[in-house]
Design a protein around this ligand. Structure first.
Ligand SMILES: [Ca+2]
Ligand SMILES: [Ca+2]
Ligand SMILES: [Ca+2]
Ligand SMILES: [Ca+2]
Length: 819
């Protein structure tokens, strides 16, 4: 359940924030989710009851690893913390990883997603299956690093070929844990190959300092570095999901790229640390494990739900694998350096954002499957909506590449076969896709011509809402097979062009300056009818009031004029909605300044871009100043605005104690309130007011302050010092309200609950019978629930529970106590 929160998969479930009801249970999904792993999945575990997890290759050797991975994919959630991502899935197409490629090829046409939490052993590996345990190095003698790291092998090629032949099948592969195995200290004994040609493992003596330690870049191996798979790195868990990029931290062991040809790997990340899932010790056993093996089913089980949702919205049709991969990379929560990188790939899976893009398809987003013919350029015209930045991604299942020569370290030969290219143009500006520099693997992404990857993204952070942009897709050289299918994912599109507003004449009155929040504009000399200042952005926080100043001047005489200011708060491409006229000046004659406060509604959508329009018209009639159209003299200026989350926004999620049911009367009933930081800054010293209506109708009010800090996006449980008295058989209404100073979002400040207090259980027919010869007592009794047995009247813990129990305990003063 923590993994599902980390990747925001829980937003897709019934009761989740998206209002969906996905679990992988749709009949159309049956038989479409696969697993290849180390051995047999424990089939009779309670988490798999009614599901089919039988091994299709007849493997009979039970595997902790396979069982754990399968649990993260599909466990029912009998034990809630172990609920699988696709908890409603009917089963798994399951195999062990021996002969994986041929088995995958035989099932590829019917599968949508399969999970592969394994890879080949590379570099240093600590072998615990031999005694004594020992360090082994799998590079070739004479080399200082294992050539297999980053190497496009025939194994990787076979995975790419399978994917190319089955365009709806997405293979999800663990990045590997090589950074967790750094080898013995220099000088200590290690084992390795006899020679470059004799692969018998022998004692190699003292480790030399020259052999690398698996702890830098370029430590990923096949099959994760195949082009058409989704390679998954592991991050540390985020029980409340990520709020800012710095929240996402790579697990210390998680293998990182690049590939030797400089492709972006891993592709994406999931939760891979202390993941709770199914154990093999018993039918109700659970165990926590760490590894990219655990992050991979977090991702595979989640993306399976995206296929379920896409099919629901598209007449039962699924996405191509390249579409699904492109979608999850496009919508990933960016971590590490801005844009893609060789540590996190495109970032942390954000299943909620991916599902939202499916919801918005055709409105604010585009999910489009196309085929590019030889020599063709395809174009797509979009209008930026301001619903986030304008971002376009192309993704394609590339023909399998040619493996490099065995044994060659870091061969940079390009493995991309069909080199598609995406560009976005806006008048004379061309926006290029991200590129990384494999020679400087830690450097942040720049933009340019991407010649390596079969996924490319153009990211226009400063796209102007209402403006038209042209996306073009073409290719270099000759396409293998004469054409290439590709998928286009766009978000931040679906906007509407704003109406035109300008003076007919450039004479006389002008706007000389505008100040709002971070915006401080001073006009150049001369007069104009319209100034496009959308290259300037005012950052406006939800619910905050800002002073606005508009300064006026003239290139001629002084005439009566009126200023109106409009902000498209609901970002729908007009200034016509209620409240969008934010300021109207009096009639101004000379070169004066007009100042007024502007309240940004708390209801504006955060992370949205919109426009502010300032119109100055020479008139004495306020009705003559409008947001659209041409007027005789004056000036219109447009600015870009960016609505952001409140910095200070506390709220009460729920009252978690007392629970709604299961309470007994208590003279000192405690109250625990769950607080949430919805804002963008850390908060502390949060006043909380709790009111309790008792059955007589009177009210108790408790005022306490939660002193500790809560980080953005996180929650804390606040147990108040003050308690209250509950009586059996009564209901109490408890309302909790946060009153953080400066909180501009009040709609989330309050939660309430009604709790029922049960009558105390009544005990009856209590007996303690000394069982002769066995030296034990049979304790029996009846009650409304379970009878608990105590040695002393004041004991907090019972020594036994049940309506009929045996004990060898000797009673104190000839008494047992029941409750
Ligand atoms: Ca390499
Ligand atoms: Ca390209
Ligand atoms: Ca509007
Ligand atoms: Ca609030």
């Amino acid at each position: 359940i923590v993994a599902a929160a980390t990747t925001q998969t829980s937003a897709l479930y019934s009761g989740g924030s998206l209002g969906l009801n996905l679990s992988g249970s749709s009949t159309g999904l049956a038989g479409k989710l696969g697993i290849w792993d180390g051995g047999k999945i424990y089939p009779t575990h309670q988490e798999f009851a009614g599901k089919n997890v039988l091994m299709l290759d007849g493997d009979t050797i039970l595997s902790d690893h396979s069982t754990h991975v399968a649990g993260t994919m599909i466990a029912k959630g009998v034990y809630a913390p172990a609920k699988g991502m696709s908890f409603g899935a009917s089963g798994l197409i399951a195999y062990n990883f021996d002969n994986d490629a041929s088995e995958m090829a035989s099932k590829a046409a019917s599968l949508l997603v399969s999970n592969h939490s394994y890879g080949i052993v590379c570099g240093w590996s600590y072998n615990t299956s031999v005694m004594p345990n020992r360090w082994e190095w799998y590079g070739l003698p004479g080399d200082t690093e294992d050539y297999k790291f980053g190497y496009y092998s025939s194994y990787a090629q076979s995975f790419d070929q399978i994917a190319y032949n089955a365009p709806y099948y997405l293979v999800v592969v663990a990045a590997g844990n090589s950074r967790g195995e750094t080898g013995p200290a220099v000088g200590e004994t290690y084992y390795g190959y006899q020679s470059r040609t004799d692969r018998m493992i022998v004692n190699k003596g003292a480790r030399p300092a020259t052999i690398s330690s698996n702890n830098g870049f370029d430590v990923m191996e096949a099959p994760a570095l195949a082009k058409n798979v989704l390679a998954v790195g592991a991050i540390n868990p985020l029980p409340f999901g990520p709020a800012v990029a710095a929240d996402v931290s790579i697990a210390s062991f998680s293998s990182i790229g690049a590939t030797d040809d400089g492709r972006i790997k891993p592709d994406i990340c999931g939760d891979g640390v202390n993941v709770i899932s199914v154990g093999t010790a018993a039918a109700d056993a659970y165990v926590a494990m760490s590894g990219t093996s655990m992050a991979t089913p977090n991702v595979s089980g989640s993306v399976f739900l995206l296929q379920e949702y896409f099919a629901q919205k598209n007449s039962g049709n699924f996405m191509r694998a390249a579409t699904l991969k492109g979608l999850v990379c496009h919508t990933a929560f960016d971590a590490g350096n801005a844009g893609p990188d060789y540590i996190y790939g495109w970032g942390l899976l954000n299943a909620a954002k991916a599902a939202q893009a499916i919801t918005d398809n055709g409105v604010k987003s585009i999910i489009s499957e196309n085929t590019l013919a030889q020599g063709q350029t395809q174009t797509f015209n979009v209008i930026a909506s301001g619903s986030g930045p304008l971002v376009a991604t192309i993704s394609w299942t590339d023909p399998a590449g040619t493996p490099g020569t065995v044994g060659v370290v870091d061969n940079p030969a390009i493995k991309l076969v069909n080199d598609l290219d995406i560009r976005i143009s806006q008048s004379n500006t061309v926006f290029m896709p991200y590129i990384l520099d494999p020679a400087n693997p830690a450097a942040a992404a720049t933009t340019g011509d991407n010649i390596r990857d079969n996924i490319e993204q153009v990211y226009i952070a400063n796209a102007v809402p209402g403006k038209s942009y042209t996306i073009s897709v073409n290719h270099k050289k000759t396409l293998s097979s004469g054409s290439q299918a590709y998928s286009l994912i766009v978000t931040g599109a679906g906007g509407k062009a704003y109406c035109v507003s300008a003076a007919a004449s450039t004479a006389d009155s002008k706007i000389t300056g505008v100040q709002l929040a971070n915006l401080n504009y001073t006009a150049a000399a001369g007069c104009t009818s319209y100034t496009n200042n959308t290259n300037l952005t005012a950052v406006l926080e939800q619910g905050v009031t800002y002073p606005l100043t508009v300064s006026l001047g003239s290139c001629g005489g002084n005439f009566n004029k009126i200023v109106k200011v409009f902000v498209d708060f609901n970002a729908d491409g007009d200034f016509e909605d209620a409240g969008e006229l934010v300021a109207t000046s009096a009639v101004i004659n000379d070169n004066a300044s007009f100042s007024t406060p502007i309240l940004v509604p708390s209801s504006v959508a955060a992370d949205t871009y919109s426009l502010m329009r300032v119109v100055t018209t020479e008139t004495s009639d306020p009705a003559a100043v409008t947001s659209c159209g041409t007027y005789a003299k004056g000036e219109t200026q447009d600015y870009r605005v960016n609505f952001v989350k409140s910095t200070k926004d506390a709220g009460v999620v729920s009252i978690i104690n007392p629970a709604i049911t299961g309470n007994c009367s208590n003279a000192t009933q405690q109250i625990t309130v769950r607080l949430h930081n919805y804002g963008s800054a850390a908060i502390s010293t949060i006043p909380v007011v709790v009111t309790i209506t008792n059955p007589a109708g009177t009210v108790t009010t408790i005022n306490e302050i939660y002193a500790d800090a809560i980080l953005p996006g996180q929650e804390q449980d606040f147990t108040l010092n003050t308690t209250f008295n509950t009586a059996a058989g009564n209901n109490y209404r408890i309302t909790a309200t946060s009153n953080l100073t400066g909180d501009t979002q009040n709609s989330n400040n309050q939660a309430a609950t009604t709790v029922t207090i049960n009558p105390a259980p009544v005990l009856g027919a209590l007996q303690a019978v000394n069982c002769v010869n066995t030296n034990s007592y049979l304790l029996t009794g009846t009650g409304d629930g379970t009878v608990f047995w105590y040695a002393n009247a004041t004991d907090a813990l019972p020594f036994a529970a049940g309506n009929s129990v045996n004990t060898i305990r000797t009673p104190t003063n000839n008494n047992f106590y029941a409750g």
